[in-house]
Design a protein around this ligand. Structure first.
Ligand SMILES: Nc1ncnc2c1ncn2[C@@H]1O[C@H](COP(=O)(O)OP(=O)(O)O)[C@@H](O)[C@H]1O
Ligand SMILES: C=C(OP(=O)(O)O)C(=O)O
Ligand SMILES: [Ca+2]
Ligand SMILES: [Mn+2]
Length: 668
């Protein structure tokens, strides 16, 4: 990431202080040095305001008002009794032991159910199956017991977190406040995908792709490191859960982790099995080993930092080392779904989804921070999901069982449903609260700007359970345009929808770096380049086909700036965006009169109920018309540059659509 100059409008990450004591490792063939030009651009930037663990922990709690009677650090709940463990059979223990087996042992350490601190240490361990070469591989670690805390309840996980994980607190509304450690956002540059014979030909590799390769051997090195770390602990958490509410295409996932925080996060984010389903869970289809507290070995081939998030589609496994940011797990599994679902002719979508009383479904695509969660959570509609969906022959289904809302500047008035979902059971990451009242200050960015709440979807009162719905009627593309030149809403034809879907534009204010006033454009194919596995045109072709077959209408909604770029204009009021979205849902916007904008050729309505008409044509809202035109041309140029990568690709079988899509971009 040389210089982070960004004159080309590309998004870049704030380079974490690279004070490597060791020289950079040169890896063998195929180990790519990942420069900004050949890695996909992502939307999650994390900011670090602390240099030591103690500093981080000191940020979390604010001093109470001077009258507060409690002393520093007082009032921590201690001495909770050990959790009772749900009953599940010996086969579960065997299966977990197999999951935790290292590569030199056929089974993992003896796993025991329950809390290691509980008095009754029943030796219900799994009999070791004899290994092929026992003598050679006997080590102390294989003699050790590891307690398995299998699918604990939220209350049990609270107790575990509060007892053993520094930085865990109950907030005034009952949520579990946690710290994710040094990483407060995803680390896409540290994501690796195993390139083997199959994936070499199936996946998207090279320029622009999020898939940075690693070989099987290096994966196994990291896997062993993670598994040995987990085995060295007295206890591990195991979650057995599902992905995808479509019963025909449900995937069984197992998450092995070291922290109650991670277990509760996934409990909330994945689909929760019933006791009966858990009893008959069997072998998982995919397993995550989250050893995020422990770093990877930087001397391992393909590693460029001490963080590594590794996906091995062949082994159906994912390994996490060197980051405790919980979002890695959910988005890692999303990547897996982006591989598995298209094989079944099902389109995976980085979108929110909701449904009206009449059964009209809308999708909300957009990069991080553009409004998927906020706008799909709508008191007048049924929430199907806020972030990850599938679109099959029969309709849409949510992949997840929970929502993951940004909570910076969260307000009860503007987002009451999300506000009320932050209660007992909800994981609140990296927020700051009053040390005495435990009231959260959502405006406080001391730890990070990317504060988050993860809650089960049923915490939203009008969620639709099961989270499935019929075919979408509206496909809304969200862009937070900090340049302030895209219209608040425009109607798109199919070619334009595809053009903007493949472009995946947003521009957020950098904000996190001193002195950066210019908005930064991000182009992330399919509004989720960090998660896609195949070439973007594969997903685009499927979307085009489905939208055409269902007669769905495409819309581009700017949830960003109006009346000027960041600095001179202002962010479009959430209340106005909601009115625009209401008009899309109700169908009234389809019947409006439209005019076409110059350069982008977007159809903009002359009127939307509840929205001041002056802002609908962006130029009108700008005082300085020359500046408007310059900024518009600048953005158009960025779009054109970005799209060059795709001009040589055909979309689907129909070459005609490809030409139409190319023509649907800006004209100047
Ligand atoms: N006009 C607007 N439309 C949508 N969101 C807005 C608007 N103005 C401000 N916001 C804020 O922007 C953020 C959008 O984030 P979120 O919905 O979590 O995005 P995503 O789910 O796409 O990552 C929220 O914090 C929301 O309050
Ligand atoms: C969890 C994430 O999703 P989003 O910001 O799109 O809600 C993420 O990008 O890490
Ligand atoms: Ca995202
Ligand atoms: Mn979201």
């Amino acid at each position: 990431m040389a210089g982070n100059g960004n004159t080309d409008g590309e998004f870049s990450f704030s380079a974490a202080a690279a004070r490597d004591a060791l020289p950079r490792i040169t890896t063998e063939k195929g180990a790519k040095s990942t420069t900004s030009s050949d890695v996909c651009h992502d939307d999650t930037a994390s900011r670090v305001n602390f240099q030591t663990i103690d500093q981080l922990h000191s940020l979390q709690k604010k001093r109470s008002a001077p009258t507060t009677p409690l002393k520093e650090g007082g009032g921590v709940v201690m001495g909770t009794s050990g959790p009772t463990t749900p009953v599940s059979g010996e086969s579960m223990l065997q299966s977990v032991s197999a999951s935790l087996a290292s590569l030199t042992r056929e089974t993992g350490p003896k796993v025991i159910r329950g809390d290691p601190t509980s008095a009754a240490k029943v030796m219900a361990h799994v009999p070791q199956t004899p290994t092929s070469a026992p003598a050679a591989d006997v080590s102390d670690s294989s003699l050790k017991f590891t307690h398995v805390l299998h699918n604990l309840s939220p209350a049990e996980l609270y107790e575990q977190a509060i007892k053993y994980e520094k930085g865990s607190f109950v907030t005034s509304t009952g949520a579990l406040a946690t710290l994710s450690g040094a990483k407060t956002g995803r680390s896409p540059k540290d994501k690796r995908v195993v390139k083997d014979e199959t994936t070499a030909s199936e996946l998207w590799w090279g320029k622009g792709s999020p898939n940075i390769e690693m070989d099987e051997q290096s994966f196994l090195v990291n896997r062993e490191r993670a598994v040995d770390y987990l085995n060295s602990l007295d206890k591990v958490f195991v979650n057995d859960q599902y992905l995808n509410w479509d019963p025909e295409n449900r995937i069984k996932v197992r998450i092995v982790s070291a922290r109650a925080y991670h277990s509760l996060f996934m409990h909330n984010m994945c689909i929760r099995p019933t006791a009966e389903e858990l009893e008959n869970f069997g072998t998982p289809d995919f397993t995550i080993y989250n050893a995020g507290k422990f770093p990877c070995n930087r001397f391992t081939h393909y590693m460029t930092s001490s963080t590594s998030v590794d996906i091995n589609l062949g082994r159906r496994e994912m390994v996490i080392l060197g980051t405790q940011y919980a979002g890695e797990m959910k988005k890692g599994l999303f990547g897996v779904m982006h591989y598995l679902m298209p094989k079944r002719k099902i389109l995976s979508l980085h979108s929110g989804c909701n449904m009206g009383k009449e059964g009209d479904v809308a999708l909300f695509f957009g990069l991080s921070g553009t409004g998927k969660t906020t706008l799909s959570t709508d008191h007048n509609r049924y929430l199907i999901g806020d972030d990850e969906h599938c679109w099959s022959e029969t309709g849409v289904s949510n992949i997840e069982g929970g929502c993951y809302a940004k909570c910076i500047d969260l307000s009860r008035e503007k987002e009451p449903d999300i506000w009320n979902a932050i209660k007992f059971g909800t994981v609140l990451e990296n927020v700051v609260f009053d040390e005495h009242t435990r009231e959260v200050d959502y405006t406080d960015k001391s730890v990070t700007e990317n504060t988050r709440a993860a809650y089960p979807i049923e915490y939203i009162p009008n969620s639709k359970i099961p989270c499935v719905g019929p075919h979408p009627k509206n496909v809304i593309l969200l862009a937070c345009d900090a340049f302030g030149v895209l219209p608040p809403v425009s109607k798109l034809d199919l070619a334009q929808t595809m053009y903007h879907f493949i472009s995946g534009y947003t521009a957020l204010v950098a904000g996190t770096e001193e002195g950066v006033k210019e908005p930064r454009a991000t182009f992330s194919a399919c509004f989720g380049a960090a998660f896609i596995m195949l070439h973007p045109t594969k997903y685009a072709a499927m979307l085009a086909e489905k939208m055409k077959a269902q007669g769905a209408t495409g819309w581009l909604v700017n949830t960003g700036w109006s009346g000027g770029s960041y600095g001179s204009g202002s962010r479009i009021k959430l209340a106005y965006t909601r009115k625009i979205i209401d008009a899309i849902h109700s169908g009234s916007l389809l019947n409006a009169t439209y005019q076409k904008t110059e350069i982008f050729g977007l159809e903009i309505p002359n009127e939307v109920e509840g929205v001041p008409s002056e802002i609908l044509e962006p130029m009108n809202a700008w005082e300085d018309k020359v500046a408007y035109k310059d900024t518009l041309l600048k953005l158009a140029g960025l779009f054109r540059n970005n799209f060059e990568t795709f001009t040589s690709h055909k979309i689907g079988e129909d070459g005609k659509l490809t030409e139409e899509i190319l023509a649907a971009g800006p004209n100047f």
